[in-house]
Design a protein around this ligand. Structure first.
Ligand code: BTN
Length: 273
């Protein structure tokens, strides 16, 4: 009889992350916690106290991890990556959505480095094999039409098993996976977190040098939504139609059955085909 020995996860470590980090801004200050309510909430407090741009908060576990559109983000201890990064971009509100695309672009780069083939589901979900492995929650602080502060919260299912996802998420686990499941081997979380942060820094340089259009061009290469039938669910409405593409402000155009084009800025998107 073959006895399975439990796998011991290597803990997250700031030294191990720093060894693989090649950045100018992102990760200028790194903070690691065992457990927090939400890395976004912790970073918001640090930002209020004057934290420098590029401050990153990571945690082994979140007790109240949050996703987009008011959902919860399943954040079990010791297996995944949960991090938030602080930016002070001073950009017009119109560039805010493309700015947040840096999150999914960095994830795509880091995941491609693992030999996988990720795609982006508007606005910032990252899928492998059609299932979600990572998401980005952006929290913006804008005044007088300018973004003063942006917190990008990034959650990645790195080594969590499908059995654990199923136990926590039920049927929704059918739409989720982890990098370990996709690659069929455990992933080094420290190296992966450093890779995401390094690519985030690269995209920040692109944004500063070439602006939102450069991010949009790169993002469109991984967009799996345009051309497909989708359902959009927001606080106020639910409708379906065909996705016609993402405009220069990062909004998704969806044409309904009557030919009316809706400019979608927020909400949950479900692929219908
Ligand atoms: C989504 O796809 O709905 C976005 C998920 C974002 C989850 C991350 S985990 C780190 C950070 N802290 C949170 O509470 N949420 C984000």
């Amino acid at each position: 009889m073959r006895v399975e020995t439990p796998r011991l996860e290597v803990p997250l470590s700031l030294d191990a992350i720093r060894r693989c980090l090649f950045t100018y801004t992102v990760g200028r200050r790194l903070v690691l916690h065992d457990a927090v309510t939400s890395t976004n909430a912790v970073l918001r407090e640090l930002a209020r106290a004057g934290a420098v741009e590029g401050t990153v908060v990571l945690a082994e576990c979140q007790t109240a991890g949050r996703g987009r559109a008011g959902t919860a983000w399943f954040s079990p201890p010791g297996v995944n990556v949960y991090l938030s990064a602080l930016f002070r971009p001073a950009i017009p509100l119109a560039s805010a959505a493309p700015f947040t695309f840096m999150g999914s672009l960095a994830l795509v780069d880091a995941i491609r480095e693992l030999g996988l083939n990720p795609a982006i589901k508007w606005p910032n979900d990252v899928l492998v094999g059609g299932k979600k492995v990572a998401g980005v929650m952006a929290e913006l602080d804008a005044r007088e039409e300018r973004v003063r502060q942006a917190i990008l919260g990034i959650g990645v299912n790195v080594n969590v098993g499908q059995d654990v996802l199923r136990a926590a998420l039920g049927d929704a686990a059918g739409f989720a996976t982890s990098l370990r499941e996709a690659r069929r081997e455990p992933i080094d979380r420290n190296a992966f977190a450093a890779s995401v942060l390094t690519y985030l820094d690269d995209w920040l340089v692109v944004f500063r040098d070439r602006g939102a259009p450069a991010l949009l061009r790169a993002w469109r290469d991984f967009d799996i939504v345009t051309g497909r039938r989708v359902e959009i669910r927001s606080e106020r409405t639910v409708f379906d139609g065909r996705a016609r593409g993402v405009d220069e402000e990062g909004c998704l155009a969806v044409e309904d059955a009557g030919g009316r084009v809706h400019r979608v800025t927020t909400g949950q998107l479900r692929l219908l085909e």
